[in-house]
Design a protein around this ligand. Structure first.
Ligand SMILES: *Cc1c(COP(=O)(O)O)cnc(C)c1O
Length: 377
């Protein structure tokens, strides 16, 4: 993604000051527990390097990425951070993890054996964490493997850095699964009484102190997204996005708008054609067809609904009721003070995580409130 201004205008602005405030607020909530930062998927699409340097400056020392390649990129940005790789150990790459001082979050007997063999061969214990599956059925040791894991690491005198698990339903505060997973996690910890533990994502961190253990692992809340459903989101918004109007036209009642001619106008309508489409992460789920609610953009603080199908590069919005003089070249808000990432997520029937990680189209990304001493180029 380019970081310079384009001829077209518009773009994405990431507020690094808001990221700092959010992380510090979460660090306060987590009390005595260490507050890590999850920066997988290019820091949720906001830019790994600038975001992780900002978080390090704010005080974060423990980082989680998904893939070893993300780990290598993060290592280049943060030479002294502790970096965990959530995908675990990718087969036959142990030496690469070690060369970049990355810690795999080991999740299967095969991974554990390969890592322990690697350590034995070089007569040095390279640090790693262990992930137990407490009901998610994603990566992680099965609970019944816990005794075997314990025996293996005792035999080789390996000391894991951390025991981990991950919540499936922490975003739904009353879901019984969360307490059940916590109970199973405690059962595992009884086998490893001297090893630090980590269970909570953003939602778990916000739900209860009971889930904090030694380290919490927030991602989405650091980036301003709603972690817990059905509650006001206390985090500061981090991202703004604006795109220009290309053309304004007066369309008549009975005409249709867009591909498929699916939306028929029920009144004479002033349309603004804006320079964004599904190739920019403005998903087709935001299309406005018939009475069906689609997405909205904001112009001069007023909402303008999407009409017709979102196409690859352009979208029509209804500006009939938007006050003020509007002309081509004016910028419309896709995300900002009127429309948040959770609003777009709700309108497109997804979650803010996917909204953020999808905004990887043509628009330049700029940073504001850049902490002193941090380069974001
Ligand atoms: C992505 C992820 C997190 C962060 O989750 P958020 O809901 O974004 O806070 C924490 N732990 C694991 C294992 C993850 O995969």
């Amino acid at each position: 993604m380019a970081t310079n201004q384009t001829i077209l205008g518009g773009g994405i602005t990431v507020d690094l000051g808001a990221i700092t405030r959010n992380w510090k607020a979460l660090d306060k909530v987590s009390g005595g527990a260490l507050t890590a930062a999850v920066v997988k998927a290019d820091a949720y699409g906001l830019g790994l390097e600038a975001v992780s340097r900002t978080l390090y400056k704010a005080g974060a020392r423990f980082f989680f990425v998904a893939t070893p390649d993300e780990g290598v990129a993060l290592r280049a940005a943060l030479p002294r951070a502790h970096i965990f790789v959530l995908d675990g150990l990718v087969p036959r790459t142990a030496a690469d993890y070690s060369a970049h001082n990355l810690m795999p979050v080991l999740a299967s007997m095969g991974q554990l054996t390969e890592w322990l063999d690697f350590c034995l061969n070089r007569s040095q214990a390279a640090p790693a964490a262990l992930h137990f599956d407490t009901g998610f059925n994603r990566v992680g040791f099965r609970l019944k493997e816990a005794e075997l894991v314990k025996r293996e690491i005792e035999q080789t005198r390996f000391e894991p850095q951390m025991i981990m698990s991950h919540f499936a339903c922490a975003d739904q505060p009353s879901h019984e699964m969360t307490r059940k997973q916590n109970g199973l996690f405690q059962g595992i910890l009884n086998l490893f009484p001297d090893t630090p533990a980590s269970l909570a994502n953003s939602a778990g961190l916000m739900a209860s102190k009971d889930y904090h253990y030694h380290m919490v692992r927030p991602g989405i809340a650091v980036f301003g997204g709603r972690a817990v459903n059905g509650r006001a989101n206390p985090m500061a918004p981090v991202i703004r996005m604006e795109v220009p109007i290309l053309q304004i036209k007066e369309a008549r009642i009975g005409e249709t708008v867009g591909y498929g001619a699916l939306h028929r106008l029920v009144r004479n309508t002033r349309l603004a054609i804006i320079a964004i489409g599904y190739a920019d992460g403005f998903t087709r789920a935001l299309s406005g067809i018939g009475g069906q609610m689609g997405g909205k953009v904001a112009i001069n603080g007023a909402l303008a609904p999407v009409l017709g199908r979102v196409s690859m590069d352009m979208t029509a919005v209804d500006i009939t009721d938007v006050p003020g003089f509007i002309q081509p070249g004016d910028l419309v808000e896709i995300l900002g003070s009127t429309i948040g990432i959770d609003d777009v997520a709700d309108a497109s029937r997804t979650i803010s995580y996917e909204v953020l990680t999808s905004l990887n189209g043509r628009f330049p990304r700029r940073y504001e409130n850049v902490p002193d001493g941090i380069s974001v180029e």
